[in-house]
Each structure stands twice: as structure tokens, then as C-alpha cells.
Ligand binder design. Structure first.
Ligand code: NAD
Length: 256
């Protein structure tokens, strides 16, 4: 379905980003990966799906490096047809104790990076008459949890940016939508499981159950594969007129 298209997925060396990159590659899209840590492993996984794969190590907190990544993608692949703004980090602390440096980093990586990549990707999408921008927000783009001030602020901002991007392109073939996962068991969430285990003297399994039980009625983690399938739907012809939604996949978190 996506043969000949190119998808750039930020923060795709791990977790949800890698899951979405795999799902888009399975539909035939060439992939530009981004993120830190192991790069060869994720590259090999995408290559095995029979598509072209590139990588740019832009630090998504830096607008100049985001611009260099977009230039790299255009030079190597022609253009970016699908942009998935996914890179993100977390820090948990009450507002009065929240490190200013962590606040700035979360706002830059989780929110402002989506603005920069979007503003740089849009002109080519508009010229082509087709494009998909998918912002990986969170249920925390829709509701709050204590001790996550920067994250909740950034994710609400991403949901707002999604709506504006969708509206400004509403009469074109360029759509923009957000995905709002509940708990997904990635390294980002494992750190929170570890913190619960340490705080309450629990095993890993007990801490996972406690974490899920606080917020997610299904008591199950959403998987990167399930989120990848939703991204594929947004890219399908059935998604042509889906514009500006914030679609939660959250085991009932938002239904409460
Ligand atoms: P993860 O830690 O597995 O992956 C994060 C990715 O972002 C990695 O590839 C990492 O290298 C990259 N990254 C981090 N800082 C970066 C930077 N400065 N520049 C470039 N890349 C950077 O986490 P994840 O859970 O897969 O999170 C992905 C997205 O999903 C995030 O935006 C997160 O907020 C969101 N999300 C996660 C959950 C969850 O439960 N895991 C729930 C809702 C939303």
C-alpha cells in the first residue's frame, strides 16, 4: 500500500517508534530512522522487510539538527511523504522539585521538535498533494497525572499542534492526526515500573500490575505493533478524511 513512499520516524531506534517504522515498512514504505542507542539492530530489522532504510542521528532537542535530518531525508529519498513525530522522554517529579533542565528538555524533545519537523516537511507534502503527519502524543495529551508537569504540558501541546496542522491543510491531501497511547511497555515505561518496584519493595511483575491498575482498566499494555497498525490506517485511503483527531489506544484509560 505504501510502496514508493518514504516515512521518517523520529525516535525509532526503540519502542513505539520502531514498532511504527516496522508497520509502515511492512506496507512497502522506505524508512528514515532516528534516535539514540543501537542503530544497526533496528536498521537490519527494517531492511529485512525489503525496503530502503536510512538513519540520521539528529538530537530532536536541536532545531539545527532537525533541519539537517530533513535535508538528509530529501537528498537520500527524494522527499518525506509520511512524518511520524515520536521521539520523547519522561521525567517524574512534583513541580516544586522539577529540574528546570528536564523541563526544557521535555518541552524541546516531546513538543517543539514536532513543530520543527512539521514546518520543514509540509512544503514538499503540499507540493505533492499527499502527505501524512502522525504525532505520537499520549493519553497525557488529553488528561493529566501528578508529577508529570512537563510531559503533560508537552503532550497537550502536541494535540493542539495536530489540530492546527490538520486545519491549515484541510482542503489538501495532507492529513495530520495524533495517536494517544496509554501504557506501553517500552524502556520509557520500564523505568517507571522499576521506580514503583523500588518504592514499594515489589517484584517486576507486581510493579507492572500496580502501574496498570492505577490507570488502565484492561490491565494490559498496548503494544508497539497495535500502534503501528493505527499509523498504517492513518496512511491508508480510508484515512483520507481523518483530520485532527487525537485517537487514544489506552485500554479504557480515557473512558473512566
Ligand atoms: P523509548 O524510550 O522506547 O523510545 C524513545 C525514542 O526516542 C528512542 O529511539 C530514543 O533514542 C529517542 N530519543 C530520545 N531522546 C531523543 C533526542 N533528543 N533526539 C532523538 N531521539 C531521541 O520510549 P517509547 O515509550 O517508545 O516512547 C515513544 C513516544 O511514545 C514518546 O513520545 C512517548 O512520550 C510516547 N508515549 C509512550 C507511552 C508508553 O507507555 N511507553 C505512552 C504514551 C506515549
Amino acid at each position: 500500500m505504501l510502496k514508493g513512499k518514504t516515512a521518517l520516524v523520529t525516535g525509532s531506534t526503540s519502542g513505539i517508534g520502531l514498532g511504527i517504522a516496522k508497520a509502515l515498512a511492512a506496507q512497502g514504505a522506505n524508512i528514515v530512522l532516528n534516535g539514540f542507542g543501537d542503530v544497526d539492530g533496528p536498521k537490519a530489522v527494517i531492511k529485512a522487510l525489503g525496503v530502503k532504510v536510512g538513519y540520521h542521528g539528529a538530537d530532536m532537542s536541536r532545531p539545527d539538527e532537525i533541519a539537517a535530518m530533513m535535508t538528509y531525508a530529501a537528498e537520500q529519498f527524494g522527499q518525506v511523504d509520511i512524518l511520524v513525530n515520536n521521539a520523547g522522554i519522561q521525567h517524574v517529579a512534583r513541580i516544586e522539585n522539577f529540574p528546570v533542565e528536564r523541563w526544557d528538555a521535555i518541552i524541546a524533545i516531546n513538543m517543539s521538535s514536532a513543530f520543527h519537523a512539521t514546518r520543514l516537511a509540509l512544503p514538499a507534502m503540499q507540493a505533492a498533494g499527499w502527505g501524512r503527519i502522525i504525532n505520537v502524543a499520549s493519553v497525557h495529551g488529553l488528561v493529566a497525572s501528578a508529577e508529570k508537569s512537563a510531559y503533560v504540558t508537552a503532550k497537550h501541546g502536541v494535540v493542539g499542534l495536530t489540530k492546527v496542522t490538520a486545519l491549515e491543510n484541510a482542503t489538501t491531501g495532507v492529513t495530520c492526526n495524533a495517536i494517544c497511547p496509554g501504557w506501553v511497555l517500552t524502556p520509557l515505561v520500564q523505568k517507571q515500573v522499576d521506580a514503583k518496584a523500588a518504592a514499594h519493595g515489589l517484584s517486576n511483575e507486581e510493579a507492572k500490575k500496580l502501574l496498570l491498575g492505577e490507570k488502565e482498566p484492561s490491565l494490559q499494555f498496548t503494544t508497539p505493533e497495535e500502534l503501528g497498525a493505527l499509523a498504517v490506517f492513518f496512511c491508508s485511503p480510508a484515512g483520507n478524511n481523518v483530520r485532527g483527531v487525537a485517537w487514544n489506544m489506552d485500554g479504557g484509560w480515557m473512558a473512566q
